[in-house]
Design a protein around this ligand. Structure first.
Ligand code: SF4
Length: 298
């Protein structure tokens, strides 16, 4: 008689960013989904560009899931961290060349999920995207097959509001990442290439050491590699704020160093009104979200 084959257990997978929405999904899985807690796998992609508060918050999240009968949060490391990746690519990522999410979050998570699938587990990825975050996210459905992960993706908080997310944290006794208390509206790389004008200002006031660090990182570019690579794309700020001149094949070009961007961040709205054409693709106070729909960057 052929022995009956036992299938490996299903895995309920949830990537945590250190932000509120993925933590809300964690709370939903633990307290509301009814799924077995031993089936849950929580991961965190370390970009190497997070604030220490976020690393500390992930430790707290890990303690929380363990106290509720789950395995600790697993940290995934990309092949290269944010700054190694920028050196390797010879440029910083930008809104138009947004390779950071792919290399730092999507690839490590996808590889982790695929290892589970190859080992025979049925995997469901639970994602923290919300429809109110952007018109693209509003078009998403609650559950579908994801080509990116090669398995089903479930979006349990798709219809929730920001207030629902905050209320769930309070209800289940989970503090928010302290960065929100400083006025940050999103948590992830600190700063993120998509940081709003107000967030750059906030970072320069409360966390000036991050600006010093970025200045040092920008200083590693230049010479024969790529003279024009600064953390934020040059069109982030009006021309008059750009202090660095670089030579390109088309002639000299003005780019914005991190110090220029900080200077601009301390100006009012009129700073952009004077030269609106330079900011056509940068709405400085809109909330920018990850276009991949993966919800990996808050
Ligand atoms: S948080 Fe921002 S900088 Fe970091 S990987 Fe995501 S999009 Fe890129």
């Amino acid at each position: 008689m052929i022995p009956k084959r036992t299938l490996p257990p299903a895995v309920n997978y949830c990537g945590l960013s250190g932000g509120k929405d993925s933590a809300r999904v964690m709370l939903w899985l633990i307290h509301e989904s009814g799924l077995p807690r031993e089936s849950m796998r929580f991961t965190f992609c370390d970009t190497g560009n997070e604030h220490q508060f976020t690393y500390d918050h992930v430790v707290l999240l890990s303690r929380y899931v363990v106290e509720h009968g789950c395995a600790p949060v697993v940290t995934l490391h990309p092949e290269r961290d944010f700054y190694e990746l920028a050196k390797w690519k010879k440029r910083f990522p930008s809104r138009k060349a947004r390779f950071c999410t792919q290399f730092l979050k999507v690839i490590p998570s996808r590889e982790d999920v695929q290892k589970l699938i190859w080992a025979g587990h049925e995997v469901i990825v639970h994602s923290g995207v919300r429809s109110g975050e952007s018109p693209d996210r509003a078009k998403l459905v609650e559950r579908e097959f994801s080509d990116m992960f090669g398995c089903e993706v479930n979006r349990p908080i798709l219809r929730e509001t920001l207030a629902d997310v905050i209320a769930a944290h309070a209800k289940y006794g989970l503090p928010l990442n302290p960065l929100y208390g400083y006025g940050c509206t999103r948590v992830g790389c600190f700063p993120c290439i998509n940081s709003k004008k107000s967030e750059i200002k906030l970072i320069s006031i409360h966390f000036p050491e991050r600006i010093d660090m970025l200045e040092a990182q920008e200083g590693k570019f230049g010479g024969e590699t790529n003279d024009i690579s600064t953390f934020f794309a040059r069109k982030t700020v009006p021309l008059r704020f750009r202090s660095k001149t670089v030579q390109t094949r088309k002639g000299p070009m003005k780019v914005a160093t991190i110090r220029d961007v900080v200077r601009w961040s301390h100006t009012g709205k009129r700073a952009r009104e004077k030269q609106p054409y330079l900011l056509a693709d940068f709405d400085d106070d809109a909330t920018l979200v990850c276009p991949s729909g993966s919800g990996m960057c808050e």
